[in-house]
Every structure is written in structure tokens, then in C-alpha cells.
Design a protein. Structure first.
Length: 179
């Protein structure tokens, strides 16, 4: 007898953020532990196979592309458990739409506002955007559709400004030039 309990994962993640897919197989109460492997699929594309050492396995990945991914898993079966395929789980991978500076180049003493747009509304609740300037970070409560941070006191030169969530860095940065 083989049956999937389900495939679970977060329903959303930022591009490059780690997501873990969990799948469990068993006959709900028997003391037998299934053996073999569970293969995870993004649509029809194999994204990884995990050998069973218990009734549940986890496949971590941070390589999903932008968009909606429909994940399922397939159990190969063994002498006690039949091969079986799971129901589907959906995860949406997103990224920000823009990251801008209010004035680049700017001058010494001028306030510069950095703005990130496109963080989905379902991330907004109690979430923070982290703006990092030359390695020094400031967290700002996310607002939708755009979140801003104003820097003052930037000295003359070039400053690397990055943006990300508390849990993941976005592939966006700005080199802010101050004259």
C-alpha cells in the first residue's frame, strides 16, 4: 500500500530564496517504513530525487525561476508500498520590479531616497526591506507598492547600495555617486 500525505512548501518566495518541498509516504499507521526514492517535479521537469530513510523527505532548492511552479512528487515504491504520485502544490517566485535612486549623482549633504517597487502584497504584512549602503544596513517596514529609505550624510565618492528582504538578497544594487 502506498499513499502520499501531500507535498508542501511555502506558497511564495523571492527569486533566489530557498524553498523546501516536503513529501511523506506511508499507509497511515503501519509500522513499516517505506524505502526507495521520491522524485520531485516542476511540471514535468525533474528537480531532484531524495532517497527515503524515513516516511518523510525534504528537497531544498533556491534555483526556481520567476513565475508560478506546480510541484508534484512521485514515489518509486518498494515491496511493501506501491508507487504513487502526489497531488500538486503551487509556489510563486517573484522579484522586485525596480530599484531607484532619487538623484544619482548627488552632492555632499543632499538627501538621497532609494526606492524599491514590486514586493507583492502578500509579503507586506510585518515584512521588512533591508537597504544596505557600503555594508551598513537599515530595515524599513514594507509598504506597497513601493518602499523607500532616505539616506543623508553620504560622503564624497561611490557607495554600493543593495536591497533585499530580511531573509533574502535581491539581485539589485545601485552605485550611488556623491560629488
Amino acid at each position: 500500500i502506498g499513499s502520499f500525505r501531500n507535498v508542501t512548501a511555502a506558497s511564495e518566495a523571492a527569486l533566489g530564496e530557498g524553498v523546501s518541498f516536503n513529501a511523506s509516504v506511508g499507509n497511515f499507521g503501519a509500522s513499516l517504513v517505506p524505502t526507495g526514492a521520491i522524485t520531485f517535479f516542476d511540471g514535468t521537469t525533474n528537480i531532484g530525487t531524495v532517497q527515503l530513510s524515513a516516511a518523510q523527505v525534504t528537497l531544498p532548492t533556491s534555483s526556481l525561476s520567476l513565475g508560478t511552479h506546480v510541484i508534484s512528487a512521485s514515489y518509486s515504491g518498494d515491496s511493501n508500498f506501491n508507487a504513487v504520485t502526489s497531488t500538486r502544490s503551487t509556489v510563486n517566485i517573484w522579484t522586485i520590479s525596480s530599484f531607484t535612486s532619487s538623484s544619482n549623482p548627488s552632492v555632499v549633504g543632499q538627501k538621497v531616497t532609494f526606492t524599491v517597487c514590486g514586493v507583492p502584497s502578500y509579503v507586506v504584512q510585518n515584512g521588512y526591506v533591508v537597504f544596505t549602503i557600503d555594508g551598513s544596513s537599515s530595515g524599513v517596514l514594507i509598504t506597497s507598492p513601493c518602499t523607500s529609505f532616505t539616506a543623508s550624510g553620504l560622503v564624497s565618492g561611490s557607495h554600493l547600495v543593495k536591497v533585499g528582504l530580511v531573509r533574502v538578497a535581491f539581485p539589485f544594487s545601485i552605485t550611488q555617486v556623491v560629488n
